[in-house]
Ligand binder design. Structure first.
Ligand SMILES: O=C(O)c1cc(=O)[nH]c(=O)n1[C@@H]1O[C@H](COP(=O)(O)O)[C@@H](O)[C@H]1O
Length: 233
């Protein structure tokens, strides 16, 4: 499994996202388009980024009844994206429906991964607000097993949980991990975080990094630091 750094393009407009990408002259990145940018620009921004040769994870985190998710995934399958996601909390039936919707007539489809527990969720909040009275690691692993059972390709989780998920679901089951911070950086709203180097040690397949790169004084240097610590060492 090739490891890579996925840059979260959390920008309010296509103009900002594209001028950010221009800083990486000629380099092909793996980027993530999330709700903010997609809701602002729609499918056109996807086409433009793909035209420039970048790989793209479309992060819309679908979570609805199975029929609605199946139909929405069928629409997303027409976009030339490499990966899409949904919330595992929508149940195994919803994940199976998503997979059906995403699979094109010729049998091809983007990778489909499931968010387990958001990396901004702490043990305390999960227990007290969501009334899930279990150890958060156990919940994340159970959601990963559900995603595996539904036939998905992997999960979104904290890098801290990547090793345990591979133990439960196998080495080929993808762990895509946001919640990544350099030692000297602020966590912001993230809770279950670690560094790119530690994420590599724990077996994460992809790290998803937003603000530590996009808001750095030198974004290209910050990206290169992630690549060096996570991919190249
Ligand atoms: O699905 C995601 O991408 C996601 C899941 C999750 O549990 N936590 C999480 O932070 N993300 C996304 O990963 C990115 C992390 O951004 P930074 O916190 O700025 O590095 C954001 O775009 C989030 O929407």
């Amino acid at each position: 499994m090739g490891k890579d750094v996925i840059v979260a393009l959390d920008f309010k407009s296509g103009k900002e996202a594209l001028s950010f990408l221009d800083k990486f002259t000629g380099r092909k990145l793996y980027v993530k388009v999330g709700m903010e940018l997609y809701y602002a620009e729609g499918p056109e921004i996807i086409k433009e980024i793909k035209k420039r040769g970048h790989k793209l994870f479309l992060d819309l985190k679908l979570h609805d009844i199975p029929n609605t998710v199946e139909k929405a995934m069928a629409v997303l399958s027409r976009l030339d994206v490499d990966m899409v996601n949904l919330h595992a909390a929508g149940t195994i039936d919803m994940m199976k429906a998503a997979l059906r919707g995403l699979t094109r007539e010729d049998g091809t489809r983007p990778l489909l991964i499931a968010v387990t527990q958001l990396t901004s969720t702490s043990q305390e909040r999960m227990t007290e607000e969501l009334l899930i009275d279990e150890d958060i690691d156990k919940v994340v692993i159970r959601y990963a097993e559900n995603a595996d059972m539904a036939g998905l390709d992997g999960v979104v989780c904290s890098p801290l949980e990547a090793g345990k998920i591979h133990d439960a679901c196998g080495r080929d089951f993808l762990t895509v991990t946001p919640g990544v911070r350099f030692d000297d950086a602020s966590r912001g709203d993230q809770v279950r975080v670690t560094t790119p180097a530690k994420a590599k040690e724990l077996g994460s397949d992809y790290i998803v990094v937003g603000r530590p790169i996009t808001q750095a004084d030198d974004p290209v240097a910050a990206y290169d630091r992630c690549m060096k610590d996570f991919v190249e060492v």
